[in-house]
Design a protein around this ligand. Sequence first.
Ligand code: ZN
Length: 336
Amino acid sequence: MRGKSGWILQRMLLAASLAAAVACNRGKEGVQAQSPAAGPVAESQGLTVTYPLDSGPTPSINADRAFQYVKEVVKFGERPIGSANHKKLENYILEHLKGDQVENDTFTAETVAGKFPVHNIIAKYAGTKDGIIVIAGHYDTNLPLLGTGYVGANDGGSTTAILLEFANQLRGKKLDGYSVWLLWTDAEEAVRTWSDTDSLYGTKHLAARWQQDGTAKKIKAFLLTDMIGDVDLDVDRDANSTKWLENVVYEAASRLGYQSHFFARENAIEDDHLPFMKIGVPCADIIDIDYGYNGVYHHTPQDTIDKLSPKSLQIVGSVVLETIRILDKMEPLPPK
Ligand SMILES: [Zn+2]
């Protein structure tokens, strides 16, 4: 992933302006009215959106188990595409999905550094409603950092783990909403230097496939997670995501009392959601790009487990599940 070029400076400038902007706009973007019959109403992309009433127990994940998964994933060491450790991690993920409906999207990517095997993993949990919600995150680690001791605890590790924990939450349950597909994306990272052509190999391939076979039309929402384990959790609002869907994420966070961890900053993030945005799938990138002061831990050997917290996994896990619960009951969903 990367933010808009020069994102650190941009972020510092934006921090000041957005703090003011968000404060002024909160009334407009957030909940406007409470109606016992229809639930909260909000404004999104010029449309009036009605959120379903807040009801039922608060969704949650087993954050300690998710954190244990991060530790196990990190123990494999560097896991870039084409490496033996990557293969071990593929097997580890598949081992945890035994008995689930799993689809493998494998192909050979032609990259600026040669050919690499790429393997997206999709686990599918059937719902009763027509349509699919995808929760995604990448599991590869950065190839150019190979040999530096880089283990990507947050960048790659946290998302691999939280998706495994989502699988535990979804498995064996009768989902009364949309089907949920968990997607471990591969080859998100650049093989040399991030650019439009050197990045997102796995999702570019899968988006093209899903557009061709008609799957893309059935996807109601694509929720991407990235770098969500940071002990200092501050998720960015992403200007490259679908605004109404980002608003649902914020509504979910607010309902759970976690809004202080969300959207104090806005950024324009290049990440695995872009290939799906391009084909008309509503996407929200749930990413905390500010990892360490001025992002100093990002893509460095300092991206280690001690910078992460089970609490952050729990917050993001709950917010993602609450987002799904809201989407399941939103009728109709805003147009794409
Ligand atoms: Zn990365």
